[in-house]
Ligand binder design. Structure first.
Ligand SMILES: *[C@@H]1O[C@H](CO)[C@@H](O)[C@H](O)[C@H]1NC(C)=O
Ligand SMILES: *[C@@H]1O[C@H](CO)[C@@H](O)[C@H](O)[C@H]1NC(C)=O
Ligand SMILES: *[C@@H]1O[C@H](CO)[C@@H](O)[C@H](O)[C@H]1NC(C)=O
Ligand SMILES: *[C@@H]1O[C@H](CO)[C@@H](O)[C@H](O)[C@H]1NC(C)=O
Ligand SMILES: *[C@@H]1O[C@H](CO)[C@@H](O)[C@H](O)[C@H]1NC(C)=O
Ligand SMILES: *[C@@H]1O[C@H](CO)[C@@H](O)[C@H](O)[C@H]1NC(C)=O
Ligand SMILES: *[C@@H]1O[C@H](CO)[C@@H](O)[C@H](O)[C@H]1NC(C)=O
Ligand SMILES: *[C@@H]1O[C@H](CO)[C@@H](O)[C@H](O)[C@H]1NC(C)=O
Ligand SMILES: *[C@@H]1O[C@H](CO)[C@@H](O)[C@H](O)[C@H]1NC(C)=O
Length: 892
């Protein structure tokens, strides 16, 4: 596990000029084969000491950094893969990991997996673009002499990593009151007024922090910029003074609000939550003798934060010097809107050079048995199983351990059968108070059976097939929960303890010198606890083992069933879904449909595709019968393909497909008739006025639908992954289909993205009137608005203000990802489902907060309007809150 800096000291001699700065830098080029120095002067070393995973080379046009051209990837299994790095305890560090997918597996499946810092969940990496480097950073105080960064829990693709970097800070940089209990995960570190899109980092920043340019383009990053915002810069040196401050290059650029306001909105990764937020100001303009620059920070809903006015010259005590007010713990939302507004007695608009926002992440103390397990494995430091690294139980247990589900877990099972263990049974094992199963059979363990009274929960002990000597300790008889004890084929001797439970399943055979407890005669062989009872138990055990083994094989099926149960909203749907497993759509006869529709009497809709008639089947079910115009489908094969696909749509909020009929050259599709109207009608049909559905209901519909699609994508054994939803309906159809003529899972994701946009906007997918000139399509229209930060422009006015803007943003951004032009750029439906669920949670919390504060009209108002326009300073409807006691701005 000690995988880093082997060649490190060698470099130090080559690059002596940067010795001071490079001290405390560890830069691992994961998957790399040789050491190299990049254009910044950072020295990269390969992670070739690392014994897990495989390496891959990628190539990305325009990507020239050698460290990003290689990566290490790991199997998609239930293990974790950890890098362990040496650190100096009681010292603060920045750790940074980057991920550049580059389609290394030639699969175009964008990986999604978790990264943890030891036992503490750090981030979920969601790759959404094969050629963009994803980066995560964390600031922490080292408490132990090592840290572990672990990859686990891939929900799609395989976990991988491109680089892992460690930067040691100096002295008290980033010291925080809560640093023993919290990490700080970096959410934003912004260089305002930057002269290019490149970040400022080493060597300008001796600690190699990455100061991101404010001109970088990414979704909802620094949008809603107030008019009159101007970039300014200076060549004059800035007295940065202490080394924990932003580097001079960052402070030499700024933005100024010439019209009196600077405003921005950005997404804060990891939030909502409590965070550390600081702003950095330096007066870099020449100010006339009669000019004053004074301004306030305005955070909507956090009036406390706006109290103090900033006068840079006064606060910094001079020009070209730094002032850095901030909050040590401020509760911030996921979508942060903030403004700097000039005060009435100021002649100049506000100015800002840089800002940093970090999210507090509660440290998990890890497995309670952690130190015991550490001692245990230190005796087997060369064994494979001792190299897994990270916390024994969190976020997932080592391959040979099981743990309980407490926040700080205990080890419940040890599986070290046939691992070539020698010497005594490690005494650490007898300190594991939560241990239920111990498997040490088939090793070469010698010495005696220890006293396990420190493990009162032990149920199953396997010590057979070793070389254990001595007698069987009577302390085993004191284990109240012991059900199975296997000691056969050792060298045990003496008398069996007499206090072993009568229902204990045990095997002592093959211990030549072991005598039965009761009779004094030396007798070898099996001693079964008592009589027939025990035999029955044994058989039961064997049966249950067999059953369990079988259960394991059919685990997938079991999961499918579980999934089925989770997904299905109703019994009816359940049976129809099971039917779809056979992909059989019902074939109606033409006369049957004639009868049901009373000879196509009642027309309930029509369109380019054909005409829809009302009907009623013999069993009373009401149906909608869609008679397709002859040119809708080119041929029989296409039609039957369509039927197969449609037969897989089963959702209560999408119309349920019942069957088809193809006779006399007629192609007919039969759907369930929905009295309450379909989703469409609720959203933009005549029903809207009476039965408008609110945002949470819309999200819940989306959740249900996503679950249904997820089921189709993952739950059908052996079913080919062809698209299901709304094939052929213009406006929902995957644009790639026009080229490939193939519908895939990702086509469904596209269609679902369109549905999300409909839910947000209450607009139909295609409209000749509603999207302005030259735009008929909801996707183009929504994209234009969302990407320019104007989400208000697409939100359904009938939602009034009864929604939370963050949950809206989450959905809007996910929807845009779903409707990306290329299938491989779209997320999986599972990922979308997760986002919808998060949005529901956020909206519900916000709703509760709104209602909880409904008396306090001065701060929150249920119906306060959402103003994101730059000229407005009114309260907004987000749930920003603040801890007053520590929300005072404080200069570091
Ligand atoms: C990390 O520390 C351990 C223990 O002090 C030491 O044995 C190991 O060589 C160190 N690893 C590196 C790469 O310096
Ligand atoms: C990656 O490229 C290096 C250098 O060209 C080569 O030595 C290595 O074998 C390649 N690795 C893989 C997995 O192809
Ligand atoms: C694994 O990832 C899924 C999806 O992101 C998440 O729901 C689940 O909680 C994760 N499991 C663990 C053990 O973190
Ligand atoms: C760290 O602090 C020491 C003492 O305060 C100083 O001499 C040194 O230059 C600092 N290192 C960096 C990289 O700023
Ligand atoms: C902002 O100021 C510029 C000139 O400084 C002026 O042209 C523009 O109209 C102003 N905009 C607003 C919204 O006040
Ligand atoms: C145990 O040792 C044998 C012989 O040296 C070896 O073949 C086997 O792979 C080892 N098993 C484990 C689990 O290390
Ligand atoms: C137990 O095994 C170890 C290592 O194989 C050996 O050094 C030791 O002498 C053995 N002890 C006994 C009592 O046999
Ligand atoms: C006990 O162990 C021996 C040796 O492995 C085996 O032959 C025998 O079948 C076992 N007895 C029972 C009851 O499982
Ligand atoms: C920050 O404040 C919130 C709300 O008062 C509190 O719950 C949280 O524990 C604080 N965070 C830290 C790191 O102290």
């Amino acid at each position: 596990m000690e995988i880093w800096v082997l060649g490190f000291s060698i470099f130090l001699c080559h690059v002596c000029f940067s010795y001071a700065q490079m001290q405390g830098f560890v830069s691992l080029d994961c998957g790399g084969t040789n050491s190299h120095t990049d254009e910044l002067g950072i020295q990269w070393v390969p992670d070739d000491q690392f014994q897990f995973g495989q390496t891959a080379n990628i190539s990305i046009p325009d990507e020239t950094h050698q460290q990003y051209m290689t990566l290490r990837y790991f199997p998609n299994d239930n293990r974790k893969y950890c890098y362990t790095l040496n650190v100096t305890s009681r010292t603060r560090y920045l750790v940074r990991a980057t991920f550049l997918y580059g389609n290394f597996d030639n699969n175009n499946v964008y990986p999604k997996f978790d990264v943890s810092m030891g036992p503490t969940p750090w981030s979920t990496i969601v790759i959404s673009d094969a050629s963009t480097v994803e980066m995560i950073e964390m600031i922490f105080l080292a408490i132990e002499p090592t840290i572990s960064v672990c990859l686990s829990n891939a929900t799609t693709g395989q976990p991988f990593i491109s680089t892992l970097e460690l930067r040691q800070f100096n002295g008290s940089m980033y010291i925080a009151d809560f640093e023993n209990q919290y990490y700080m995960s970096v959410s934003a570190r912004i260089n305002f007024g930057a002269d290019s899109a490149d970040p400022v980092r080493y060597p300008d920043d001796p600690y190699d922090r990455v100061w991101e340019s404010d001109s970088v383009k990414k979704p909802n990053f620094l949008v809603d910029v107030a008019s009159g915002t101007e970039k300014i810069s200076t060549k004059m040196p800035i007295n940065v003074d202490r080394d924990d401050r932003p580097p001079q290059k960052v402070m030499q650029t700024a933005v100024v609000g010439r019209n009196g306001t600077l405003s921005y909105r950005l997404n804060l990764d990891g939030f909502p939550g409590g965070g550390w937020a600081f702003t950095y100001f330096a007066e870099i303009e020449d100010i006339g003798p009669n000019d004053v620059r004074k301004f306030r920070l305005v955070l909507p809903d956090a009036p406390q934060a706006s109290k103090a006015a900033v006068n840079i010259l006064e606060n910094a005590q001079g020009k070209d010097r730094l002032y850095e007010p901030g909050f040590m713990n401020l509760t911030l939302p996921f979508v942060l809107s903030f403004r700097f507004v000039k005060t009435s007695d100021s002649t100049l608009g506000p100015l800002v050079n840089a800002m940093e926002i970090n999210k507090y992440l509660k440290r998990n103390g890890g497995t309670l048995d952690g130190s015991t397990i550490t001692k245990l494995i230190s005796q087997y430091s060369s064994a494979d199983w001792a190299q897994e690294g990270g916390d024994p139980c969190l976020p997932v247990p080592w391959s040979w351990l099981e743990c309980n589900s407490d926040p700080q877990p205990l080890v419940t099972a040890i599986h070290l059968s046939r691992k070539n263990l020698t010497g005594n049974i490690p005494s650490e094992l007898t300190n594991l108070g939560g241990l239920i199963e111990l498997w040490l059979d088939g090793n070469s363990l010698n010495g005696s059976v220890p006293d396990f009274s420190g493990c009162p929960n032990l149920k199953i002990i396997h010590l057979e097939n070793n070389q254990l000597t001595g007698s069987v300790p009577s302390s085993l008889g004191d284990l109240q929960n012991l059900k199975e004890l296997y000691l056969q084929n050792n060298r045990l001797s003496g008398k069996m303890p007499s206090n072993l439970g009568s229902d204990l399943v045990s095997n002592f055979s093959g211990n030549v010198n072991l005598r039965k407890a009761s009779s004094g005669t030396s007798q070898t062989g099996i001693i079964v606890g008592s009589s027939i009872g025990a035999a029955v138990l044994l058989i039961a055990t064997i049966l249950s083992c067999l059953f369990l083994r079988k259960g394991k094989n059919s685990k997938k099926r079991y999961n499918d069933q579980a999934r089925l149960r989770n997904v299905l909203p109703s019994q009816k749907l359940s049976s129809s879904l099971e039917n779809t497993a056979t992909e059989a759509a019902h074939c109606f006869t033409f006369s049957e449909l004639e009868e049901a529709t009373k000879d196509f009497e009642k027309k309930i809709g029509s369109g380019g595709y054909g005409v829809v008639y009302y009907g009623k089947l013999k069993d009373g079910r009401e149906i909608a019968v869609k008679v397709l115009t002859s040119n809708s489908f080119q041929g029989k094969r296409e039609f039957s393909n369509e039927v197969t696909l449609l037969s897989r749509i089963h959702h209560r909020n999408l119309v349920q497909f019942l069957g088809y009929c193809q006779e006399d050259g007629k192609s007919i599709l039969v759907y369930e008739f929905m009295h309450n109207g379909t989703l469409k009608e609720h959203l933009y049909g005549p029903l809207t006025r009476e039965r408008g559905i609110n945002w949470i209901q819309r999200l819940e519909i989306a959740e249900d639908a996503a679950r249904g699609i997820e089921y189709l994508h993952t739950g059908l054994d052996g079913a080919s992954h062809v698209s299901s939803i709304v094939r052929g309906t213009v406006g929902y159809l995957d644009p790639e289909y026009y080229i490939s003529q193939q519908l895939t899972d990702k086509s469904d994701v596209y269609s679902f993205g369109v549905i999300l946009l409909e839910l947000i906007s209450g607009q139909e997918a295609i409209s000749n009137e509603n999207f302005g000139v030259n735009c008929r399509n909801i996707v183009q229209w929504a994209k234009m608005h969302i990407e320019s930060g104007d989400i208000q422009g697409i939100i359904d006015p009938s939602l009034r203000d009864e929604y939370d803007i963050q949950s809206m943003w989450k959905i809007a951004e996910k929807a845009l990802m779903c409707v990306q032009a290329h299938g491989h750029m779209r997320p999986s439906i599972s990922e979308v489902l997760k986002e919808v669920q998060d949005a529901i949670m956020i909206d519900k919390e916000a709703k509760a907060a709104r209602e909880g504060n409904s008396n306090d009209m001065s701060i929150h108002s249920m119906h306060s309007s959402l103003h994101l326009g730059s000229s407005d300073l009114g309260p907004t409807d987000s749930y920003l809150s603040i801890d007053e006691s520590i929300a005072r701005p404080s200069a570091r």
